[in-house]
Design a protein around this ligand. Structure first.
Ligand code: NDP
Length: 287
């Protein structure tokens, strides 16, 4: 058995700290920041994510509304709702829960959201601002990771950072945020040659892949900070479904610090969504 040495970077205390600042900022505004979430169909994961975001939003003093639409809602109907929410001055943040059913073009929907209300940070205007070094509304998971790192006093500037995964939701915006924070950044992906040689260079390793236990101890520099974004459902020895990350548990014997799964990055994502909603409200004209 491997001795566990890595410091555990628990998500909940960091998320609570972020939520406390969200509540304080919300209370300073003339009216509570308002988040509107839209979901199509009854995908159990989407239902549960939206419910969790709605509950947390209310807990910290935000207003939250959920539009639960049938799976067969047409793209035109969804775009009409977004246009209505864009025009409604009482709405500060709009989130369309992904994935959308196949008959709806995700890109067309995300591009239709007013960038000032785009609390997921997926609109090309916000993506461009992030890469230009002027982040405003930034994708929630990587922005939450930046908060987690600062909460635990872990250095970013001058560090060699390696991100495994280049999705628009996690890998790419993570790279931009780390670059903006003066890390030296490498992004690896499924076509990377000799992944282990690349990851072993990292002082800060972010795994956002969706492959259980892809990152093994031999791929990690001793003492590195390892952020495990992966959420994978696997069958345990008891034949029941368990959540596990992209990082093998034995990495705890090599890394200096490691986020657990569950209870690491996950809670940061919701907290950051609410932080983005307050940021959107602060930047919109007072009503
Ligand atoms: P995507 O499937 O969109 O992206 C996965 C990335 O991993 C791709 O860039 C892919 O490369 C790369 N990849 C796949 N296989 C390998 C491999 N063998 N070696 C190296 N790179 C590989 O996933 P997401 O970014 O959306 O999510 C990643 C994980 O994070 C998932 O488990 C997801 O559930 C979880 N997640 C967790 C969140 C949280 O709040 N904790 C939030 C969002 C996601 P290529 O581009 O070449 O195909």
């Amino acid at each position: 058995m491997t001795a566990t040495t890595a410091r555990v970077l628990a998500g909940p205390p960091a998320a609570e700290a972020l939520l406390a600042s969200v509540a304080a900022r919300a209370a300073r505004l003339p009216t509570p920041p308002t988040l509107v979430m839209v979901r199509l169909g009854d995908d159990p994961a989407s239902v549960s994510y939206v419910r969790g975001k709605d509950r947390k939003a209310r807990e910290v003093g935000l207003r939250s509304t959920v539009h639960a639409l049938p799976a067969e809602t047409s793209q035109a109907e969804l775009l009409a709702l977004i246009a209505e929410l864009n025009a409604d001055e009482s709405v500060n943040g709009i989130l369309v829960q992904l994935p959308l059913p196949p008959h709806v073009n995700e890109e067309a929907v995300l591009h239709a959201i007013d960038p000032r209300k785009d609390v997921d940070g997926f609109h090309p205007v916000n993506v461009g601002e992030l890469w230009a070094g002027r982040p405003t509304l930034t994708p929630c998971t990587p922005a939450g990771i930046m908060f987690l790192l600062s909460h635990y006093g872990l250095p970013v500037a001058r560090q060699r950072a390696v991100i495994v995964g280049r999705s628009h939701i996690v890998g790419r915006p993570m790279a931009a945020l780390l670059l903006n924070a003066d890390a030296t950044v490498t992004v690896a992906h499924s076509r990377t040659v000799d992944l282990a040689a690349v990851t072993r260079e990292a002082d800060l390793l972010v795994a956002a892949v969706g492959r259980p236990h892809l990152i093994t101890p031999d791929m990690v520099k001793p003492g590195a900070t390892v952020i495990d974004v992966g959420i994978n459902r696997v069958l345990g020895p008891d034949r029941r479904a368990h959540l596990t990350g992209d990082v093998h548990p034995d990495v705890a014997g090599v890394a200096g610090a490691l986020t657990p799964v569950p209870g690491g990055v996950g809670p940061m994502t919701i907290a950051q969504l609410l932080a983005n909603t307050v940021t959107a409200a602060e930047r919109q004209p007072t009503r």
